[in-house]
Design a binder for this molecule. Structure first.
Ligand code: ARG
Length: 412
């Protein structure tokens, strides 16, 4: 292989057999303890140990995979939405490792998860890492994301969090979308034994909600929108020593993720000044609390619009109560629940929710979703004969033109 020809697979490392054996033993024991019908783990442990000695890894049964994925959700210390962990739909696609089929299965995942607006938590498991045989990857950090086109002056049209993946897509030959602040990005799929390729998502897989406010007619004219299904594609699913670098999963949104972060953060859509001015607030003084008041109206608009559109969404008060119900239920089942306070407490009205007023066990248990080296969207791997276009596609006079595109933005 010549320099520059590396496949740039980020998930290439595979744990040694001793580590795999120890993790497998812990997981198989847990599986049998929590699934009483499955008898004692002795036989399965011996089988797994033999397979690891032979091949360096082992294959989960469909039941182990289902259980492992659900427990990885249950163990996600940053997730407030874990009450329904047992209802996760797991799509076992471990035999799928080519870019075409991954893209196809991803579209199906989104359609099944979207379910016409009644969102269902789903996870699709693709081929795992094998010794000397890295798994496929999707480079996008979520299956649905809005593009962020970097302009020559460094400002970004769209979502600045996507600036890197947007230029990676362009480098691979994606012509760009229509040029609105809400252009849906293509998927970038790196199949096994292939080069990374981009795939446009069909409209049928991307439900979106135009945002309006229950009282202010001007709000709809801002032309804001958000997608219905948050589906994280960048985290690795680790179950008992087997690593699944490509296991995209989704839940439904809690309104604050959109209204208090994605649309509000200064390094995202940075809309508080826009909303505050439309509300006629005094933005020259912090103590007019214009940011706080704009946040409330923006969050109200998000919840209202999703509800009107018949798309599942929860508010932070409800989701906080559910989380405490989850803690209580898990404790009754004799299980400790890890939680990271700084992620669990909602980004607005924290102390008005019950999750604020206590401490949590912070231990990360296994199986788990873990961060993995970013897929190489910004590395030499994306270098291709096609140069990126110097400018974002021209604006279309579409709704998003009302947005402050020129806000300086940090890139991810
Ligand atoms: N916070 C991320 C976003 O706003 C999504 C993370 C997963 N969220 C969820 N509700 N499952 O896009």
């Amino acid at each position: 292989m010549r320099p520059g020809e590396g496949r740039c697979h980020a998930g290439a490392d595979h744990a040694g057999p001793d580590t795999v054996r120890a993790l497998a033993e812990e997981f198989v024991t847990l599986y049998h303890r929590e699934n009483p019908g499955t008898g004692s783990p002795g036989r399965r442990l011996a089988e797994v140990a033999a397979e690891i000695s032979r091949t360096g890894t082992y294959t989960h049964t469909a039941q182990e995979l289902l259980f492992g994925a659900k427990v990885a959700w249950r163990n996600s210390i940053r997730c407030i939405g874990r009450l329904y962990w047992q209802s996760l739909i797991v799509r076992d696609r471990r035999h799928v490792d080519s870019a075409d089929r991954i893209a196809q299965e991803t579209v199906r995942h989104l359609q099944q998860a979207t379910n016409g607006g009644r969102i269902r938590p789903c996870l699709t498991v693709f081929a795992p890492d094998l010794p000397r045989r890295p798994a496929p990857r999707i480079w996008n950090d979520q299956l649905i994301r809005y593009a962020g086109y970097t302009r020559p002056d460094g400002s970004v049209l769209g979502d600045p969090v996507s600036a890197g993946i947007t230029s990676a897509a362009r480098n691979l030959g994606w012509p760009g979308g229509p040029g609105t602040p809400f252009d849906v990005l293509p998927l970038i799929v790196h199949g096994r034994d292939d080069k990374p390729r981009w795939f446009e998502l069909p409209d049928s897989a991307v439900l979106q909600v135009p945002l309006e406010h229950p009282e202010y007619a001007w709000f709809a004219r801002l032309g804001l929108r958000w997608y219905a299904v948050p589906a994280v594609a960048s985290m690795r699913l680790d179950i008992g020593g087997v690593r699944y670098p490509l296991a995209p999963f989704n839940g439904w949104y809690m309104g604050t993720e959109i209204g208090a972060r994605n649309l509000a953060d200064t390094d995202r859509y940075n809309l508080l000044p826009v909303v505050a001015r439309r509300l006629g607030l005094d933005t020259s003084r912090d103590r007019s609390l214009w940011k706080d008041r704009a946040l409330v109206e923006l969050n109200l608009a998000v919840l209202h619009s999703f509800e009107q559109a018949g798309v599942t969404i929860s508010d932070h008060h409800t989701e906080s109560r559910r989380f405490l119900a989850h803690l209580a239920r898990e404790e009754r089942a004799g299980r400790a629940v890890g939680a990271d306070w700084s992620w669990i407490v909602p980004p607005i009205s924290g102390a008005a929710t019950p999750v604020f007023h206590r401490y949590y066990d912070t231990e990360q248990r296994h199986p788990a979703f873990v961060y993995q080296p970013k897929a190489p969207a910004d590395t030499a791997c994306t270098a291709s004969p096609q140069p990126p276009r110097p400018d974002p596609p021209a604006g279309t006079g579409c709704p998003g033109d009302a947005l402050p595109h020129d806000a300086p933005c940090t890139q991810d």
